[in-house]
Design a protein around this ligand. Structure first.
Ligand code: SF4
Ligand code: SF4
Length: 72
């Protein structure tokens, strides 16, 4: 199985939750306890080792917050 690593440019996030909904392995979640400077909730990667690098999250994000690296 491919592996990936996701990073977020948190200050651009608007907390819309689309990336969370479309991640096929369900490793993203909206962090209700943290906001960026604009006041939007940011996204946590709850189990980074399970990322398969599919980039669905980055494709769905309307604000280009997410960068996906394929590790192999
Ligand atoms: S690259 Fe795919 S598996 Fe990894 S966080 Fe994004 S949607 Fe989930
Ligand atoms: S899709 Fe983009 S803007 Fe929406 S919660 Fe995810 S990272 Fe933030």
């Amino acid at each position: 199985m491919a592996k990936g690593r996701v990073t977020f440019d948190y200050e651009l996030c608007k907390g819309c939750n689309l990336c969370v909904e479309f991640c096929p392995v369900k490793i993203l979640e909206l962090d209700k306890t943290q906001t960026n400077k604009k006041g939007y909730n940011i996204v946590n990667v709850i189990d980074p080792d399970k990322c398969i690098g599919c980039a669905f999250c980055a494709m769905m994000c309307p604000d280009s917050v997410i960068t996906v690296e394929r590790l192999k």
